[in-house]
Design a protein around this ligand. Structure first.
Ligand code: PRX
Length: 676
């Protein structure tokens, strides 16, 4: 049977396909029967409507949420075509709502006040806590009231630099309740990176904690914040209040350095505030949060998401891509410092009234069985993680998995990078005992929510493919000239027309927004990813085609690492490329040119790695430093990264033409130094 999907895309389902393609994994019939979408036909019907009548489709879904005032006549307006003027996207404009109200009050009003909203699992086994929806609302309101008292209001930025404590989603929701714009900075970022973000968004307050526990390590977060606040003051941004949560399992209060007048203990003030707090009704297009992400230049980009469309889209994707039902217990291993933690730890699940597990620790601590111990402890039914974790646990051996029951699991999810078929199969067969569909969700900080994803139960999966577009998403694959390719093809992944949770701008730099995302292929949003579409219409993401590296699902720009390296007094030039890494997906490979007369040494290698850890964060530390007396450059001085990539991956027979280099002998010098 051949079912037209969209234009020339098509999907063939049924026997013919099964005999033709051994990689197809069909949904289990029992699963399909109970699923929100039980067949490809239902999907095609809904998908068809979502692209033919986006306004009607999304307005119907949006009506399930609480709006203080309904949006105006126009559900959405967009212009993604830079040739037609300013790029702009608006959904539900004129509608007044509040996402915190929709996450908490609305679910409580529906009778879920006593349902567990968050199970918190500490780094050390045995340390745990929980909050019902009622209790969560009370905590959120207390913090919201405190923030209001210190002058935080609608449109003010708040930086949150916290580990995965319950206070992290609480802080996000408190900001949303009063219309403040949160900007969560992953607590693995260095003082420099934190300062850069503080200087960019000029928050009214920074929320942090004294220290965090991650695996066997204690990280003194407050010291990092102190250093960042000194640096931001030097750059003209002074912060009056640093609200510090005492994480007593990590560090005693007395041991924390303190700046009187600026630093305030959370526990000293927040619990004194009332447990109810009026909601600030905001326009659907008012900003909800800013999240900094890496691009191909050194300066991180402040991706701005607004309220209404983001709310409707994250809730809907969560419901369908995980086949979420009210009795599910859901765990996403991502940190709220990344977009996954925003959309699918905090907002998507809570909007659906779900019970959510928030885990503070490291997934392999105290041993490689910790995830499955947590799955059994909370009877988790939906488990969402990244391929890097799957691969690292796979290396530890099946016994760490099979000694746990895992019988509560029914849906698995993957995000952050392409999942290689062998990791996919291990996840499916060993973790999921061959019965749980895997939702390999492709999306980005910029997209806000899932774009290409399986809807479990509705169609067969292929290990390594994110499968088909979500409702309302029109992916296109273009060639280098921007010509849309048809059917089976390979090229650059773009998106045609807007979807509700698309980012609206880069904070303070709409021009960069337009040039980075809408200029390369006019008329489309360019994702920065390469992609293949197969004969059944399935999408296969092949990785970034720009200067962005994806390490363990974390995005980092090569330029950011290079500028950290050249800040080392003995480094005059650096060029960074991504290389395949067995566990992390990609690793960072840095070619470094030292100042005249400086000898190579192990000590210098370590101090170069340290400078990157200090400037960006430990997760960005290079895996390899390759000494480079010179870099391969064209006569106009442009570094030929293509050649560096081949040297880094040791595919020397694919070096290609090096005759256009200003100095072709550089290549042999680099090859000779590969093992130094
Ligand atoms: O290259 C794609 C990859 O991660 C990039 C987005 O990174 P970030 O904005 O940090 O968001 C990560 C979490 C959504 C994409 O451009 N990526 C993300 N998910 C997948 C993926 N690549 C392949 N398959 C995925 N499922």
């Amino acid at each position: 049977m051949k079912i037209p999907l969209e234009g020339s895309n098509s999907i063939i389902i049924g026997e013919a396909l099964a005999s033709e393609d051994v990689n197809l994994i069909y949904p289990n019939e029992d699963f399909s029967r109970q699923a929100h979408l039980s067949s490809i036909h239902k999907y095609l019907e809904m998908y068809g409507r979502s692209v033919e009548d986006p306004a009607g489709f999304w307005a119907d879904i949006a009506s399930e949420f609480y709006w203080k005032q309904k949006w105006g006549q126009t559900v959405y307006t967009d212009n993604l075509d830079i040739r037609k003027g300013k790029v702009n996207i608006e959904w539900f404009k004129g509608g007044k709502t509040n996402i915190c109200y929709n996450c908490l009050d609305r679910n409580i009003d529906a009778g879920n006040g006593d349902k567990i909203a968050i199970f918190w699992e500490g780094n050390e086994s045995g340390r745990d806590a929980s909050l019902t929806y009622n209790q969560l609302l009370a905590r959120v309101c207390q913090l919201a009231n405190y923030l209001k008292t210190i002058g935080v209001g609608k449109g003010d930025a708040v930086i949150i630099y916290l580990p995965m404590l319950m206070e992290l989603p609480i802080a996000m929701l408190a900001c949303a309740r009063i219309g403040a714009i949160h900007s969560v900075v992953f607590a693995g970022f260095s003082a420099d990176s934190l300062a850069q973000r503080i200087v960019d968004c000029k928050p009214k307050v920074v929320i942090t904690c004294n220290a965090a526990r991650r695996g066997p390590k204690t990280i003194f977060l407050k010291d990092i914040v102190d250093a960042a606040l000194i640096e931001s003051a030097q750059n003209g941004v002074n912060i009056d209040v640093c609200l510090t949560f005492e994480n007593e399992s990590a560090l005693q209060k007395e041991m924390t350095k303190w700046v009187e007048g600026r630093d305030i203990w959370w526990q000293d003030v927040v619990p004194k505030y009332p447990v109810t707090c009026d909601v600030e009704w905001v326009d659907a297009e008012d900003p909800l949060f800013l999240l900094y992400t890496s691009g191909s230049t050194g300066k991180p980009k402040g991706v701005l998401h607004t309220t209404g469309g983001y709310m409707v889209y994250t809730a809907t994707t969560f419901k369908y891509a995980f086949d979420y039902k009210p009795k599910d217990i859901y765990w996403c291993t991502a940190d709220c410092g990344w977009i996954t933690g925003h959309s699918y730890v905090t907002y998507g699940p809570l909007l659906n009234g779900a019970t959510n597990v928030v885990f503070e620790g490291a997934p392999n601590y105290p041993d490689a069985g910790r995830c499955w111990d947590i799955v059994d402890k909370y009877k988790i039914s939906i488990f969402y993680t990244a391929p890097t974790l799957v691969r690292s646990l796979m290396r530890e051996g099946d016994e760490h998995v099979t000694r746990y029951s895992r019988k509560s699991l029914r849906v698995l999810g993957s995000v952050g990078e392409p999942i290689n078929p062998s990791a996919w199969r291990w996840f499916f067969n060993v973790v999921g005992d061959g019965k749980c569909p895997i939702s390999d969700t492709w999306w980005q900080t910029e997209t806000g929510g899932f774009m290409i994803t399986p809807v479990p139960g509705a169609w067969p999966q292929k290990p390594g493919s994110a499968t088909l577009p979500f409702f309302g998403v029109q992916p296109v694959i273009v060639d280098e000239k921007g010509v849309e390719l048809e059917g089976e093809c390979s090229g650059y992944l773009c998106v045609k027309s807007s979807w509700p949770s698309a980012f609206r701008t880069l904070y303070g730099d709409h021009e960069r927004y337009e040039t980075t995302y809408f200029s390369a292929f006019p008329g489309y949003y360019f994702t920065g990813d390469g992609c293949n579409r197969d004969k059944h219409g399935y999408y296969w993401l092949t990785g970034r085609v720009d200067d962005v590296i994806n390490i363990s699902g974390h995005r980092i720009g090569t330029a950011e690492v290079e500028s950290a390296l050249v800040s080392h007094p003995q480094c005059v030039e650096a060029a960074v490329v991504g290389v395949e890494h067995e566990v992390k997906g990609q690793g960072i490979y840095a070619f470094v040119t030292l100042a005249e007369g400086v000898p190579y040494s192990e000590e210098l290698r370590k101090s170069l790695i340290k400078v990157v850890r200090d400037k960006i964060g430990a997760f960005a530390a290079p895996d390899k430093i390759h000494w480079a007396p010179g870099l391969p450059k064209t006569r106009s001085g442009k570094i030929m990264r293509r050649i560096l990539r081949k040297i880094a991956s040791n595919t020397l027979d694919e070096l290609g033409d090096t005759s256009t280099l200003a100095d072709p002998t550089v290549v042999n010098q680099l090859i000779a130094l590969a093992h130094c």
